[in-house]
Design a protein around this ligand. Structure first.
Ligand code: PEP
Ligand code: MG
Length: 589
């Protein structure tokens, strides 16, 4: 029977397809597709992991036997028997094998996928004793996963061939369903692995609209809903589902009339895209002749073609931290970083590329395993420039790599989360040191424009040092909203309080734009507000002429730019900012 689940819309459009459940990232396994020729290798890794645990248990059993019955509780013996039985169970082994050989899941993903299937079976059992065996199953899966950690997959996630669509079963191929990823949570690193696989939609239980997982999902330009709280519990593997990305709705097991309705909606969306595509070569100039820069936010150099295909006139934000994620401690060295930055710069053919120094921490841990849930307030902790300044060797390595890439095109260097003047001076000193070290090594580097992200209210309220030391400012509205309103951007339970149109937020945004302009400095918005067509006219009215957003939003924003007359918009925008209820005032025009 059909039912619907509500969440937060993070990426528009409609998709109809089959659910692919992936394990919670709390269980912290990598999810990626393997090549057909790697299937046997993955199955062997599973077998090795399982055999290791079986051996461990048998060894434990024999040492218990030597102790004699008095010293070991009967329960422990029984528990080990159950674990052994579960490990040898064919349903587990066969199921896991199937996920690898038919869906091409990597070994760890296959194991957790099968765990989910079996867990549901246990949940449905009448007998409470049998129901409780689910915990045993979870324990042995954890142990096998741990045993497999020592046997790394030879298949590198995120390799060049990850664009391959996961193979669908014959039934799916016949019914033409797309594959939709459903998960409790996905780390940004997970999302990166999925980036070029062919999922056509995403649903997660947790996350706010501007959580980094949502941002990566949006960059895939496929319908996505986050913050559903329970989708991963309610949806089953292979269920038919519809994502209505506009409404933030997931419909499970839709009836034929509902499917027909959404098929119509999909066709309308396609027609809308085709209409917008006609604007590709139209310059973004307002009716009164103001030239507006529409740039792209990217996560990896491979995103550049999509940015150019959408008519971006530059990269306004390259979130460099994505190069560092999921690397299991092996961070990219200077050469690897340099190669990546250079690739991005050269692919932009002379257009500017704004490389932001690493913004790690909070909801973007380097590895899932480093996720620090116990930390009281990660968003207020050692994040972004704070982290870089605490890791000076890493920071200067990155600065050197960026400076070297600047010899190959126009590079802007952007520093995240600055608040203190002392941080500005330290950053500039590191930059000097990086240049000096390149001089010593005789390596070529180029000039960079230096920018500061304004994303902490303290920075927005004290712009003087920023305007004195930087060439341009970039408003990181995602964090500016989070920190101004004290609303965790990743927490769906307070998502209703995350309000870009809050008067306090608008004042900080308006003031930053005005002050930067009055000093002749460049100013951009690179947070999600830049790609929201409902806010384009407001930002234009406040004097913004540089927007950076997901490539998929550029044409829609351009359409708003072409309709705008900034002479009319300026007084109206000032009124919206001054209003008690800007969300009402913005509607009056
Ligand atoms: C922002 O905070 O608005 C921003 C663009 O940076 P990030 O989303 O990566 O924190
Ligand atoms: Mg930010």
């Amino acid at each position: 029977m059909a039912f619907s689940i509500h969440g937060l819309s993070v990426s528009r459009g409609v998709v109809i397809g089959r659910a692919v459940l992936v394990g919670s990232s709390r269980r912290d396994v990598a999810h990626y597709f393997v090549e057909p020729e790697q299937v046997q290798v993955e199955i062997d890794r599973l077998r090795t992991g399982r055999n290791t645990v079986i051996d461990e248990i048998i060894r434990l059993q024999s040492s218990i036997q030597q102790m004699g019955p008095k010293d070991t509780p009967q329960e422990l013996r029984a528990l080990l028997d159950v674990h052994l039985m579960l490990l040898k169970d064919e349903v587990l082994a066969q199921g896991v094998k199937q996920w690898v050989s038919e869906r091409f899941y990597n070994a760890e993903w296959a194991l957790t996928a099968q765990l989910e299937v079996l867990s549901r079976n246990f949940d449905e059992m009448e007998d409470p004793y049998l129901r409780e065996r689910k915990a045993d199953l979870e324990q042995i899966v954890e142990r096998v996963l741990r045993a497999m950690q020592g046997v790394a997959s030879p298949v590198l996630p995120g390799g060049p061939d990850r664009r391959r669509k996961p193979r669908q079963s014959d039934a799916e191929a016949a019914d033409g369903g797309d594959l939709i990823l459903v998960a409790h949570d996905l780390s940004p690193a997970d999302m990166l692995h999925f980036k070029q696989s062919a999922f056509s939609g995403f649903v997660t239980d947790v996350g706010g609209k501007t959580s980094h997982t949502a941002i990566v999902a949006r960059s895939l330009d496929i319908p996505a809903v986050v913050g559903t709280r329970s989708a991963s519990q309610l949806v089953r593997q292979d269920d038919w589902i519809i994502i209505d990305g506009d409404a933030g709705l997931v419909i499970v097991d839709p009836s034929p009339p509902i499917r027909a309705e959404y098929t119509r909606k999909q066709a309308q969306n396609l027609a809308e895209r085709a209409r917008l595509a006609r604007l590709l070569h139209t310059p973004a100039v307002t009716r009164d002749g103001e030239v507006v820069e529409l740039m792209a936010n990217i996560e990896v150099p491979e995103d550049v073609p999509a940015a150019l295909a959408c008519g971006a006139v530059g990269v306004g934000l390259f979130r460099s931290e994505f190069l560092f994620m999921g690397r299991h401690g092996h961070l990219p060295d200077e050469e690897e970083q340099f190669a990546a930055y250079r690739r991005a710069v050269e692919s932009m053919h002379g257009l500017p590329v704004t490389i932001r120094t690493i913004d790690i921490g909070a909801d973007k841990p380097l590895d899932g395993s480093q996720r620090d849930d116990a930390h009281l307030n990660p968003a207020l902790g050692l994040r972004a420039i704070r982290w870089s300044l605490a890791e000076p060797a890493m920071f200067t390595t990155q600065l050197r790599a960026i400076l070297r890439a600047a010899a190959f095109g126009q590079v802007h260097l952007l520093v995240p989360m600055l608040a203190h003047e002392s941080q500005i001076h330290q950053t500039l000193a590191h930059l000097q040191r990086a240049r000096a070290s390149l001089d010593r090594r005789g390596l070529a580097y180029g000039p960079v424009q230096l920018g500061a992200m304004i994303e902490i209210p303290a920075a927005a309220l004290n712009l003087r040092p920023f305007l004195a030391h930087f060439d341009f400012l970039s408003l990181g509205t995602n964090d500016l909203i989070q920190y101004t309103l004290a609303v965790d951007r990743t927490d769906e339970s307070v998502a209703h309080l995350y309000e870009p149109l809050h008067p306090a937020v608008l004042r900080l945004v308006a003031d930053t734009i005005a002050q930067a302009r009055s000093k002749g400095k460049g100013v951009a918005v690179c947070g999600e507000m830049a790609g929201d067509v409902a806010l384009t006219h407001l930002l234009l009215g406040l004097g913004l002429r540089s927007f950076s957003m997901h490539p998929s939003r550029i044409l829609a924003v351009k359409e708003e730019v072409l309709r705008a007359d900034t002479r009319e918009l300026a007084p109206w925008a000032a009124g919206v900012v001054a209003a008690d209820q800007p969300e009402q005032a913005i509607l009056l025009r």
